[in-house]
Design a protein around this ligand. Sequence first.
Ligand code: NAD
Length: 338
Amino acid sequence: MTNIAVFSSKKWVTDSFGKNLPEGINVKFFEARLSRETAALSDGYDGVCVFVNDDVSKDVLDILAAKGIGLVALRCAGFNNVDIEYAAKKGITVVRVPAYSPFAVAEHALGLILALNRKYYRAYNRVRDGNFSLDGLLGFDIHGKTVGIIGTGKIGQIFAGLMAGFGCRLLAYDKFPSKELEARGVEYVDLETLYKESDIISLHCPLTHETYHLINTYAIRTMKEGIMIINTSRGPLIDSDAVIWGMKEGIIGYLGLDVYEEEGDLFFEDLSDQVIQDDTFVRLETFPNVLITAHQAFFTKEAVDNIAATTFENIQAFFNGTPRNVVEPSTLIRKSGI
Ligand code: NAD
């Protein structure tokens, strides 16, 4: 029997992992996030299973290695929270779920665009309150607008297809342009052109040293006035203070976030009876043209089932001596991504 300690186990995890549990694997669900303080819980297990905001940095890997853990199974695609090189040094294999539903994330990005543009969140509250005024709800036709896509991997490509359906002009930036997308009419341009010409920018690249704070004051200065920025990728792609400045200056007209740079202390928890200590997050929430969801873009039935099934296949493969979906230090150059 293979014993796995599953960290950050919310209800959807216990439900989907419980439903998909294969014979030969025993799981213990811990609600706690993996961190230096909780890593000792892995004592007596063969591997750990973690999610986007678990801390798998050097100190934690040292503890896991000392406990004899040989496998870190990410139940997500992104691995920016794992020190991959150090894990390799400690002899710990890291596996992930590279794709489970790129549709879920691309569709959520589109949802943020529609909701921000037509202000559904305001309209919903108004109508419930008996206020049928249209003042302040004016939107724009998405048809004919220029959409800039940064990162045209699995999710970016599906997002491109959705926006093409609206009749948008599509610009893209990627270190590895896709010939297939080009053939479908997407124009690859440099970042400066994308910033200058786009009405909507959607981020679909991984978080790496290169993309950290990609959207900063300098980038915002080059954007069209009234730009809509959508981030369903990773929080630190955006410098939060810079976007607050950009919104106060009137350069950023709309901001849709499913991820936030300091989300680890907030997202996935019910903090509704507590004082939020993150002043930057609270400031972001005060803008009428900001819509934040709490890292839910991946959260569809199809995606959650695929995550559970692939995670268990990865665990079985590793302990059968045929590892798959392994994150090697060399993978860092191209990918990372939930
Ligand atoms: P992918 O690996 O298929 O595609 C990523 C693309 O980004 C690749 O084409 C790659 O060449 C490109 N890229 C790499 N470095 C770049 C750079 N410096 N500048 C521009 N492009 C660069 O990944 P994916 O499955 O499409 O996922 C994209 C991102 O979405 C992930 O990195 C992850 O962070 C995020 N994500 C979020 C959620 C969520 O729930 N919010 C869920 C899944 C994935």
